[in-house]
Unconditional design. Sequence first.
Length: 111
Amino acid sequence: MDITALDCALDMLVQGASGLVHFTFSADRGVSRSGGFLRIGAGRLGLSRTWQSADLGGFESALELIPLKSAAYFETCRAMQDPAERYLCLKKWSDGSATEVCDESMQYSDL
C-alpha cells in the first residue's frame, strides 16, 4: 500500500479539491480484483464507479454523480493510525444516494 498516495487522496477529499481519486486491490496476484474511481468536481460532488472481477466474470457499478461525505469524515479517516483502516474509510466516499445515474450497472461472464 502506498501510504503517501493514500494520505494525498484523503487530503483531496477533505478539501473537496477537483481531481481524481482511485483505488485498486488484488489479494491473489490479479485473479480477482476490485477498484473504483471518484472524479471530484464542484460543490463536493463526484462522478464515481466501482468494479469487481474474478476469474471469468465481474461486476461494474453504475456511473453515478454522488455527494461526498463531509470534510470532517475524511479528517477522521486521515487521523486513523492503521493504514488499512484509512484505506477502508477512504472507499466509503459517498454521502448518500446518487443525484444522477449516467449509465446502469453491469454484470458479465465469459462462461
